[in-house]
Write a protein that binds this ligand. Structure first.
Ligand code: GLP
Length: 241
């Protein structure tokens, strides 16, 4: 595992954006696994900026997002569809039909999840999975528990996760109870994983994830087993390492 600490979010995000674009330069039809949350916003901003300035094209890239809230339509302000369009897809030349996000509103969410795995398997393995980490150690929406799912699945969000994400909604009651998430299989099969973590409030969970026991109680701890993991941190997140 390669752990790098940066003095500012700008530097961290710039490094991550360059890392991703270097991969696309070397492999224009790269398959990328993408994440949401507050942490990657700076990375996406810098990707858009670099794309504009450098003319690097992403039109052959395929992108698979980790997760989506169940029950939020693709135009709901807090859906990850809207997030991705707003922060990344509207600013790059990745064709919309090559940008996949789990479906949160299908009549049969489980059937839609299986379709997502089929698409992932046809395109995969992922060349790179960009990841954040939840306060409880979740990756995507793979929540801590007695077991983890390898495949895309419907998950009941923990109250901790709902509370953490309620800052984006009018109230806690509005935060969906369920989500659809990629399982840990494609993440662990990704050729490389880029984990980005910011803020002192993630320092404890990050230490557990990187140096604690490998356990389904901390899904991010599985990353210790990944053969090519790069971790990008700010000084706050690195505090307990
Ligand atoms: C969200 C997402 C995760 C993300 C995590 C941390 O709920 N499902 O993919 O990594 O929580 O988000 P943030 O960067 O906002 O702390």
């Amino acid at each position: 595992m390669n752990v790098l600490t940066f003095a500012s979010n700008e530097e961290l995000s710039a490094y991550a954006a360059d890392y991703i674009l270097d991969l696309v330069r070397a492999k224009p039809d790269a398959v990328l696994g993408l994440a949401t949350g507050e942490t990657p916003i700076g990375v996406y901003e810098q990707l858009v900026d670099r794309h504009r300035k450098s003319q690097i094209s992403l039109r052959q890239v395929k992108a698979f997002n980790l997760d989506e809230y169940a029950g939020l339509s693709p135009d709901h302000e807090q859906s990850y569809q809207v997030y991705m369009r707003k922060h990344l897809f509207s600013g790059i030349d990745l064709p919309p039909e090559q940008a996949y996000i789990p479906c949160g509103i299908a009549d049969d969410l489980w059937a839609a999840a299986r379709d997502y795995d089929r698409l992932l398997n046809e395109a995969g393995p992922l060349d790179l999975q960009l990841l954040g980490i939840g306060h409880n150690g979740h990756i995507g929406f793979n929540e801590p528990g007695e077991e983890l799912n390898a495949e895309t699945h419907v998950v009941k969000l923990t109250e901790e996760t709902r509370a953490a994400n309620s800052r984006y909604f009018q109230s806690l009651a509005e935060v969906p109870q369920y989500a659809v998430t990629m399982g840990v299989g494609p993440i662990m099969r990704a050729k490389q994983v880029l984990l980005i973590v910011r803020g002192e409030n993630k320092a404890g969970v990050l230490k557990k994830a990187l140096y604690g026991p490998v356990t389904t109680r901390c899904p991010a701890s599985l990353l210790q087993l990944h053969p090519r993991l790069t971790v990008l941190l700010d000084e706050g997140a690195a505090k307990e390492l």
